[in-house]
Design a protein around this ligand. Structure first.
Ligand code: C5P
Length: 251
């Protein structure tokens, strides 16, 4: 992990929009405050690699490219190679794609970054989407509770050599204990005390998430939906002051 640039802080702001001008404006306003920006499927489906480059611009902080790849190993490896020139700090896959697929993603990220003379992106996996509960999983043939499946897939992810997982605040403490000190644990569903929870059901505050063992926080609407996004980001970061040191997994 020490081969990567250290992040300014553990806060990644989710720029969830399909509008390029809006994403650029948020990146411009927040880029010098946050540790990184997260661009996901909505934005990428609308604007592709050119859109990511347009948002990254001059001063943008590191990018978490949240495309959640899930396909056969050869196809996922190709997709990882295709986005490698964007030099994302973090990219992700679905752990449900299996060990060989995750390994193919990691190997492709390493080989292509080396070929391009770039640092290898951190490769992490989504375990079980937080939109799924026990009955949903049962309809897909997974009989064990979601929490057990999350732990199983997180262990498989680390065993495949990946850098960490995306997890809900509810899972972070147990996964930290399961996976040890090195794993990146990236937590959405984080809300400052005074913010509405919106559609996030299992929320915790930014400081609680870090204390439980999260290494990175993904926060969207409490920042981008605020009347003054920069001020909202500053308030969250002030709450983290003293907790947001530069421990290695955050790098
Ligand atoms: O606006 P909000 O803070 O809820 O945004 C959270 C971000 O994290 C969104 O981009 C959402 O897609 C993402 N995310 C999530 N839950 C997951 C995985 C990703 O909310 N399990």
């Amino acid at each position: 992990m020490s081969d990567m640039l250290a992040l300014r802080n553990p806060l990644f702001v989710a720029l969830d929009t399909n509008d390029l001008r809006t994403a650029r404006a948020w990146a411009h306003e927040l880029g010098s405050l946050v540790g990184g920006i997260k661009l996901g499927l909505e934005f990428f489906s609308a604007h592709g690699a050119a859109g990511v480059r347009a948002v990254m611009g001059a001063d943008a902080p590191p990018v978490f490219l949240d495309l959640k790849f899930h396909d056969i190993p050869n196809t996922v490896a190709g997709a990882v190679r295709a986005v490698a020139p964007l030099a994302p700090h973090i990219l992700n896959v679905h752990a449900a794609g299996g060990r060989a697929m995750m390994r193919a993603a990691l190997d492709a990220a390493g080989e292509e970054a080396a070929r391009l003379g770039l640092p290898r992106p951190k490769v992490i996996a989504v375990t079980v989407l937080t939109s799924l509960d026990d009955p949903d999983m049962q309809t897909t043939g997974v009989a064990s509770p979601v929490f057990d499946q999350v732990r199983r897939l997180a262990a498989l992810t680390l065993d495949a050599g990946l850098d960490g997982v995306v997890c809900s605040p509810r899972e972070v403490a147990v996964l930290r204990a399961d996976l040890g000190g090195e794993a990146m644990l990236i937590t959405p569903g984080v809300r400052p005390d005074d913010a509405p929870t919106q559609d996030q059901k299992r929320v915790t505050t930014p400081a609680q998430a870090l204390r439980s063992g999260a290494t990175h926080l993904v926060i969207g609407r409490p920042i981008t939906g605020a009347a003054n996004p920069a001020e909202a980001a500053r308030r969250i970061l002030a709450d983290l002051d003293g907790l947001a040191g530069d421990k290695d997994p955050r790098a």
